[in-house]
Design a binder for this molecule. Structure first.
Ligand SMILES: Cc1cc2nc3c(=O)[nH]c(=O)nc-3n(C[C@H](O)[C@H](O)[C@H](O)COP(=O)(O)OP(=O)(O)OC[C@H]3O[C@@H](n4cnc5c(N)ncnc54)[C@H](O)[C@@H]3O)c2cc1C
Length: 380
């Protein structure tokens, strides 16, 4: 068992605060296997999937147990899950549980919760990001029921290590765009799939372009009814919005520890910024607690669920600013000191979360329209 990470163990263990890892392809594979090993051990010991039914390897416990376990786990120096793991366990597995046939549920849900299989999101395209329903990747069904997929996806996180991709495809170009979509679970090693990594400003290549050229799939790979791809995709996106509320909090706490362990007095400005970060990250935490309380009570989370991701990206930006202020020139070159230069990866990665999973502007639109009910200018 890893030792708890406390103020007194500052300086020991992994000092990464990366938002997107700066790994080579071989490192990404090795780290994914290491995290998978931890997730599998946790699952087998009964500490994963706590709120899932026993048929999927869960323990049927209230969600409050999940939240309590997560809080405790954060205090330990355990392998940090990359985005792929939350996509697989928190987004894709529940979507298959909701929309899948009994066979699909049996084949994929438990395997994804245990991370025997890892999934990526084949949603965005060059002309379909915020406007996801504009996707152009085509799926055409033969007389024998087989589907052929052709198109080009982009910004796919983890495509090089994923076993399956959840692809939103156009199956009927003649109906209004939201009605002509269908979702497929695509094996990432299927003939016709080419993955090309995209270099990010963090130095890493955690996202990719994915080309689908004549990819042949049996109808068992279709998730949900033909033409119902939009509600299936919304199930994934709603889970992403709920899951996003905790983003950035662990690194905000780490920035506060950095201020405590800097080895010098802080200036008034530095103290002010650290206190501001703590205050705002508590607002984020309180919002999350209200969302969690609603989920625990079986209610729909209210407006707080829409605010969570915006507050999270704000926390991330303020965390970067605190690290920049405290470390100054130490961010310019790696002195080898624990927990110093590592912050460059936070500074370069945090802005990406203003875009991923729905941009800040799109989150504002959602709040304006669905939470505040503000009048909307009719589209031409
Ligand atoms: C780190 C990262 C990881 C990602 N991972 C994945 C992944 O795994 N799978 C996947 O499918 N996609 C992924 N994406 C893609 C992400 O979902 C899209 O980048 C995002 O939805 C925005 O789409 P876009 O890039 O096409 O920008 P656009 O939609 O073209 O937007 C461009 C700008 O216009 C603004 N804008 C657009 N429409 C409106 C509007 N109606 N009102 C106001 N402003 C508007 C946007 O806010 C933005 O500033 C990832 C992106 C990032 C940055």
């Amino acid at each position: 068992m890893a030792a708890p990470r406390t103020a007194s163990t500052w300086g020991a263990g992994d000092d990464s605060v990366a938002v997107f890892e700066n790994w080579t392809a071989a490192e990404e594979r090795a780290h994914t296997d290491r995290i998978r090993g931890y997730e599998q051990a946790k699952f087998d010991a009964g500490w994963s999937a706590l709120n899932w039914p026993a048929e999927y390897g869960g323990r049927d416990l209230p969600i409050s147990y999940v939240l309590a376990f997560r809080r405790t786990e954060e205090e330990f120096d355990v392998p940090r899950r990359t985005e792929m793991f939350s996509v697989t366990q928190q987004l894709v597995a529940p979507t298959i549980a909701q929309w899948g046939t009994p066979d699909q549920r049996e084949r994929w849900v438990r395997a994804m919760l245990r991370t025997d299989l890892i999934a990526c999101q084949l949603f965005s395209e060059t002309e379909a990001g915020s406007d996801l329903a504009a996707v152009r990747t085509k799926a055409v069904q033969d007389a024998d029921g087989t589907w052929t997929l052709d198109g080009h996806k982009v910004w796919t996180s983890g495509a090089t290590v994923a076993d399956y991709g959840v692809a939103v495809c156009r199956t009927d170009p003649t109906v209004p765009k939201h009605a002509g979509l269908t979702v497929f679970l695509v094996p990432m090693d299927a003939p016709g799939i080419t993955v090309r990594p995209i270099r990010q400003m963090t130095g890493g290549t955690s996202f990719n372009e994915v080309y689908l050229d004549g990819v042949r799939l049996t109808d068992e790979h279709r998730l949900g009814p033909v033409g119902k791809g939009w509600p299936v995709a919304l199930t994934v996106l709603a889970a992403e919005r709920l899951d996003g509320g905790n983003l950035g909090l662990a690194n905000a706490d780490r920035a506060v520890e950095l201020a405590r362990n800097l080895g010098r007095e802080l200036t008034d400005l530095e103290r002010d910024r650290v206190a501001d970060l703590v205050t705002r990250s508590y607002v984020q935490r309180i919002g999350n607690m209200r969302v969690a309380a609603a989920v625990v009570a079986g209610d729909d989370p209210g407006p707080e669920a829409s605010l969570g991701k915006l507050l999270a990206t704000d926390t991330m930006a303020r965390t970067s600013e605190v690290a920049r202020l405290l470390l100054g020139r130490e961010l310019g070159a790696d002195s080898g000191a624990w927990g110093r230069y590592a912050w460059t990866e936070h500074l370069l990665g945090a802005p990406g979360y203003r875009i991923a999973g729905g941009t800040d502007e799109i989150q504002h639109n959602i709040i304006a329209e669905r939470v505040l009910g503000l009048p909307k200018e009719p589209r031409p």
